[in-house]
Design a protein around this ligand. Structure first.
Ligand code: GLP
Length: 241
């Protein structure tokens, strides 16, 4: 794994943007695997700025998102589909028809997982952006998720519900279940770009980079990926220096 340590969040977001820009420049019809959470917002801001200033086009790009809360759709401002439109898609020239995410409101959840897995078999991510949960989760693959997992429904752990409650009016509003790409779907990406900032990620970053490769720390599987780059700030890198 390649590790790039930056002084702060802004520098992390700039480095992440450089890596993303290279992919889109070399392949204008690239498949971008995207993530939600506060971590990649700076990367998305840089993509928007570059689109406005330099005209980088996303017209031919396709996207696949990692995960979505069960029970929420674009009408909820807490849904990940809303997040992606609000933080990126509405500000670049991407065709929304080329963007993909699990349908949180699907009546048949099993069928929705099967649909998403079938889609992922037809479009391989040229790059997959990831954040990391404080317990070492990636997407919504909580500790204990099998490395061979594909898109599935998960019961969120108390720690993830608590972490994510800061974005909701109250903890009771955080959905208890979510759809998530599995670890196998994530590992299938040609390139992985994982981002982390802040001291509360330091333990998870240690597990990601230096810990034992174990299903108890889902992010540790990335040690086995042939092209994975971690970009993190100094605070998140505290235990790996
Ligand atoms: C959620 C998302 C993850 C994300 C994590 C960290 O659980 N499902 O994809 O990486 O939160 O979020 P943040 O970047 O806000 O710390």
């Amino acid at each position: 794994m390649k590790v790039i340590i930056t002084k702060d969040y802004n520098e992390m977001s700039e480095k992440a943007f450089e890596i993303m820009a290279e992919v889109v420049k070399n392949k204008p019809d690239a498949v971008l695997g995207l993530a939600t959470g506060s971590t990649p917002i700076g990367l998305y801001k840089n993509m928007i700025k570059d689109h406005n200033e330099n005209g980088t086009s996303y017209k031919a790009v396709k996207t696949v998102n990692l995960d979505e809360y069960a029970g929420l759709d674009v009408t909820s401002d807490q849904s990940y589909v809303y997040f992606m439109r609000d933080n990126l898609f509405n500000h670049i020239d991407i065709d929304l028809a080329n963007t993909n995410i699990e349908n949180g409101k699907a009546a048949d959840r099993k069928a929705e997982c099967a649909r998403y897995n079938a889609l992922l078999e037809t479009i391989q991510q040229d790059i997959q952006v990831l954040g990391i949960g404080s317990n070492g989760h990636i997407a919504f693959n909580e500790p204990g998720t099998p490395f061979g997992s594909v898109t599935h429904i998960v019961d969120l752990t108390e720690s993830t519900i608590k972490d994510n409650s800061r974005l909701f009016k109250s903890i009771d509003e955080v959905p208890r279940q979510a759809f998530t790409m599995g670890l196998k779907n994530i590992m299938n990406a040609k390139k992985i770009l994982i981002l982390a900032n802040g001291a509360n990620k330091a333990k998870a970053v240690f597990g990601l980079v230096k810990g034992e490769v174990t299903e108890n720390v889902p992010a540790s599987i990335l040690q086995l990926h042939p092209d994975c780059t971690l970009v993190c700030d100094e605070a998140a890198a505290e235990l790996i220096r």
